[in-house]
Write a protein that binds this ligand. Structure first.
Ligand code: PLP
Length: 325
């Protein structure tokens, strides 16, 4: 793990992020509940991608890049944080977003515009081709674009979360379980690697936001292998346990249902913590269900790793009714 600690980082995040108890929600659930506030990393409303970007931007700068290029959904928190990281580092940013430009940009898309990103629209089927085309055009125009993968999930992104795991264990090593929203897999892969490197034995349960269980486990397994290879870590990636639940995919990616909505409202009103409609609302909804089903034992110490995302709430405002308030 020492090899990861010495990787160059461009400072973008306010670290360490706090861990906080959620005493009222915890007592309702009969567990000792805590939250790791990676929504407070601080880069243009923060989130988990900021940690990954500290390493990715340092690598871009070491390679003489002038532009960060990445891709995601219309309300991508990753794209918003990449645009902010580029602006902080004096780089340009090109984003390939899936969808169609709305008349009035909301939430993360509004912030992408304010942060000065150049936006290229595509449909899902054409996403990879559009991305390659944007990269090629920037190169032809004499630029030096730096490709950041979907979700910032490559060995550098994984390394960032192995370091985050150490940060948590220095704050409090005694959790029975960590729960988080898992999607492109880099965050969970990093936590698993950090847990192995620093001797954390609790569960690390990823609530899948999009891929089905076998697919997400495969993605995380590959990220672990690539990261161990790239940094020549003294670990056997095939021995690492990966725990994922795909029980909460609901009506699909970025579709907010009752599960997400209730979790958002409950966290906000009970503890003053804002979740988001796509990721943390779904993960917290899953966590509440698992506790209620008894899959998490009463009295256990559980950490909810808050990965950010609340700016997307403003793009979903019409789905929250004020009736009865
Ligand atoms: C990207 C994102 C995740 C998922 O992290 P991965 O590393 O892609 O698995 C979770 N929560 C939020 C708010 C995100 O933006």
């Amino acid at each position: 793990m020492k090899k990861l600690e010495v990787l160059p980082r461009t400072p973008l995040a306010n670290l360490p992020t706090p861990i906080q108890p959620l005493p009222r929600l915890g007592s309702e659930l009969g567990i000792e509940l805590w939250v790791k506030r990676d929504d407070l990393t601080g880069l243009a409303f923060g989130g988990n991608k900021t940690r990954k970007l500290e390493l990715l931007v340092a690598d871009a700068q070491a390679n003489g890049a002038d532009t960060l290029v990445t891709t995601g959904a219309i309300q991508s928190n990753h794209c918003r944080q990449t645009a902010a990281a580029a602006a902080r580092a004096g780089l340009k940013c090109d984003l390939v977003l899936v969808g169609e430009p709305p008349e009035t940009p909301q939430g993360n898309l509004l912030l992408d515009h304010l942060l000065g990103a150049d936006i290229h629209w595509t449909d899902k089927a054409g996403q990879g081709m559009k991305y390659d085309q944007v990269m090629a055009e920037l190169g032809r125009a004499g630029g030096n674009p730096y490709a950041i993968p979907y979700g910032g999930s490559n060995p550098l992104g994984v390394a960032a979360y192995a370091l985050a795991m150490k940060e948590l264990l220095d704050q409090d090593p005694a959790f029975d379980a960590i729960m988080l929203a898992s999607s492109s897999g880099g965050t969970q892969a990093g936590l698993i690697l950090g847990a192995e490197g620093h001797g954390f034995n609790g569960r690390i349960l990823g609530i899948s936001i999009e891929p089905v269980e076998e697919e997400l486990i495969g993605i995380i397994r590959q990220l672990l292998t690539d990261t161990v290879d790239q940094f020549e870590l003294d670990l056997k990636p095939e021995n690492l346990a990966i725990e994922v639940s795909d029980d909460y995919l609901g009506a699909g990616y970025a579709v907010m249902g009752q599960l997400e909505k209730r979790a958002i409202e409950r966290f906000a009103a009970t503890e003053g913590v804002l979740l988001d409609p796509v990721y943390t609302g779904r993960a917290a909804g899953g966590m509440l269900d698992l506790v209620e089903k008894g899959a998490i034992k009463p009295g256990q110490r559980v950490l909810f790793w808050h990965t950010g995302g609340p700016p997307a709430l403003f793009a979903y405002n019409s789905q929250f009714s004020s009736a009865g308030r």
